[in-house]
Design a protein around this ligand. Structure first.
Ligand code: C2E
Ligand code: CA
Ligand code: CA
Length: 646
């Protein structure tokens, strides 16, 4: 009994969700309710028709009205899924059920009291009792309602029966009370089972949702991972209003690998988390944010136009560029970003991603720390580059590349002091390809590392065959130099060729010093220590900073050919060459004038103070056997030196 009371007093379940599900069970069987109500109404109307008293007619009439209202409400709510406020749904059901139970119970009690023929009493009492008992099964989801209905329908009969004389009716009253007690116990136990099942289903549903969410989340940043991005992108696209666009921002942090390598992965992870935090703060509500593996992030936002996407891209880049402090240490990061818009640049998500990726590629190749918007030319340029890359790899394997040598001549004696190794590619279909066409691609793709090692090895081998006073100059790309083990690769090439390191000069350009100074300095120091020399190539085209010349041990400066020939040559360029040559003489450096094509140019640079010259006037770059012939010829002409040669 205490359970009954507590069930009645508790007045419901604390978990609103479970409660709603339980309330919904009341409405799951509108047909059962309708049949039960119709049967009860039919019995009541029959009894009233037989008895013809105003009270029974009134009770039967009211019962019919309430019964019909309940049938209508139940089938309407069942069709609409019985959604909404659980408390109101429950109240509506309880009002109908209690009214019906009370009317049915009172009618049966009145009939029992009036004592018409036995079959009429049986009809009235039995139909009421069946209704009352049936409720315990039907409404187990809300025990208050089930028990309330049972009491309201059965108790009037019990009271009248108990008060009647004799032993039959009081015995009936006692039996009904016992049955009531049993039915209440059954109701409560069914309720508990039902509730547990619903709670378990809810819990496993929640767990499954949790797992799904975790599978779509990146643990380091809490942003979406790839799977999450795909899922949310589709949703974002489906909800995109007609007049809006989707802007995809694909970010790749610059030099993040260095953060990881120098400060360790835990710090790297914190930097990523900080970037995620900054992104969250910048992007508009409803944007999709994801970490696309490594140090790449993708943001997709719904924008009005291209201008808005430009503003957003700028804001994101600025925010990331703010230096951050971790454990008192300052870390500066920047990002390269590719942006593409749907539908402007792409009709679907896949193409949008390709567009943003291509734009990002351009941002990275264009020097990083910049934003690039997709445009159609990128596809063509990209395809061309990819072609060259694939062909270049094949060309190295098929031996289509060779090294040509261009003499560098002493302007005083006219003798060859050195050769510059210049790579040539003889393509079976396209003919000879200039290094300017494929060296940049080789640099972008990293192929230059393999290619560069091969060039150094070939050049060293050729030089080892020449007289000892002739040296070799090899161009070194910054990418090559930054590769791990770069110095070792060069030392190995020298050792294998048996070439004295002092006979090798590495030509580098100023672009090398734009970043990564420490690594560059170490590389130069390491090789200088064994005697390798360095030349500053293309001087005058870049920053032409004297700082580099002061800082690094250059033996040679190569004045770019634009100072020797071309539209800009004149008094100004002549003055510049003079200044550089003077500085070179003071610092004991060789000054090479590049691109000498005429005798006048040779005289001019010589008068300006250059010590060495290189250009078509002396010779184009030639294959190794012709280089050897040039040397032999020269030494035949001056027997003294030939004798001096080994
Ligand atoms: P660079 O280092 O400035 O090389 C000199 C370039 O000027 C060569 O072009 C050479 O053929 C050209 N040249 C020489 N004399 C004259 C002249 O009198 N007039 C004119 N107009 N040009 C002259 P090339 O061989 O096409 O090389 C172009 C660039 O490609 C080189 O410029 C260098 O930066 C790069 N490169 C060439 N070979 C290699 C290599 O083996 N490794 C690397 N990393 N880069 C290379
Ligand atoms: Ca060069
Ligand atoms: Ca040059």
């Amino acid at each position: 009994m205490s359970e009954i009371l507590s069930a009645l007093i508790r007045g419901g379940d604390r978990d609103d969700h479970v409660r709603l599900r339980l309330v919904q069970t009341l409405y799951t069987q509108p047909n059962t309710l309708s049949v039960g109500a119709l049967a009860g109404c039919a019995a009541a109307v029959s009894v009233a028709a037989i008895m013809r008293t105003p009270l029974t007619s009134l009770l039967a009439g009211l019962l019919l009205i309430v019964g019909l209202c309940r049938i209508g409400a139940a089938s309407w709510l069942a069709r609409s899924g019985a959604r909404g406020d659980a408390r109101r749904l429950e109240l509506a059901y309880a009002a109908g059920a209690f009214a019906y139970a009370l009317l049915s119970g009172v009618l049966a009690a009145v009939v029992l009291y009036m004592a018409p023929p036995a079959e009429v009493q049986v009809l009235a009492v039995a139909s009421t009792l069946i209704f009352g008992v049936g409720m315990s099964a039907c409404c187990a989801g809300r025990p208050r309602i089930a028990i309330g209905q049972m009491l309201l329908s059965v108790m009037p009969v019990v009271l009248v029966a108990a008060a009647a004389g004799g032993i039959v009716l009081p015995t009936l009253a006692a039996c009904l009370l016992l049955a009531l007690w049993g039915m209440v116990a059954i109701t409560l136990s069914s309720y508990r089972t039902l509730k547990e099942q619903i709670a378990a289903a809810e819990a496993s549903g929640r767990m499954a949702e949790n797992m799904r969410r975790l599978a779509r989340t990146d643990v380091v940043t809490g942003l979406l991972n790839r799977a999450g991005l795909n899922h949310d992108l589709v949703e974002l696209l489906m909800g995109l209003p007609e007049n809006r666009k989707l802007a995809m921002f694909w970010l790749d942090l610059d030099k993040f690998k260095e953060v990881n390598d120098t400060l360790g992965h835990p710090v790297g992870d914190r930097v990523l988390a900080e970037v995620a935090k900054r992104l969250r703060a910048q992007v508009p509500q409803g944007s999709v944010l994801s970490r696309f593996g490594g140090d790449e992030f993708i943001v997709v936002a719904d924008v009005a136009d291209r201008r808005e996407s430009e503003r957003l891209a700028g804001a994101i880049a600025d925010e990331i560029a703010q230096s951050l402090r971790l454990d008192g240490r300052r870390i500066d990061i920047s990002t390269s970003m590719g942006v593409a818009l749907l539908p402007d640049d792409a009709p679907d998500i896949d193409t949008l991603m390709q567009g943003a990726d291509l734009a990002l590629y351009h941002a990275k190749v264009g020097g990083r720390n910049q934003v690039c918007f997709f445009d159609t030319s990128m596809t063509r340029a990209f395809v061309r580059k990819k072609e060259i890359e694939a062909e270049l790899r094949a060309a190295i394997a098929r031996d289509e590349l060779s090294i040509f040598f261009q003499p560098i001549v002493d302007l005083d004696t006219g003798r060859i002091r050195s050769f510059e190794a210049l790579v040539r590619w003889f393509h079976p279909e396209k003919g000879e390809l200039r290094p300017d066409e494929f060296i940049p691609v080789a640099e972008e793709t990293g192929v230059i590392i393999t290619l560069g090692n091969w060039i150094t090895a070939q050049a060293a081998r050729a030089c080892a065959q020449w007289p000892e006073d002739v040296t070799i100059a090899v161009n070194l790309s910054p990418v090559q130099l930054r590769a791990p083990g770069a110095a070792l690769g060069i030392l190995t090439a020298l050792r294998e060729a048996g070439l004295d390191p002092r006979r090798l000069e590495l030509e580098v350009t100023e672009s090398l010093f734009l970043d990564d100074n420490q690594h560059t300095a170490r590389f130069i120091e390491e090789l200088s220590a064994v005697g390798v020399r360095f030349a500053l190539d293309d001087f005058g085209t870049g920053y032409s900073s004297l700082g580099y010349i002061n800082k690094f041990p250059f033996c040679t400066i190569k004045v770019d050919r634009s100072f020797v020939s071309g539209p800009n040559v004149g008094r100004k360029s002549d003055a510049i060459i003079r200044a550089v040559a003077e500085m070179g003489n003071t610092l004991d450096m060789e000054i090479v004038a590049e691109g000498l094509e005429t005798i006048d140019q040779v005289h001019a640079v010589r008068n300006a103070g250059c010590t060495l010259g290189q250009g078509y006037y002396f010779s184009r770059a030639v294959p190794d056997y012709l280089a050897a012939m040039l040397l032999a010829q020269e030494r035949e002409e001056s027997p003294d030196l030939r004798r001096a040669a080994p």
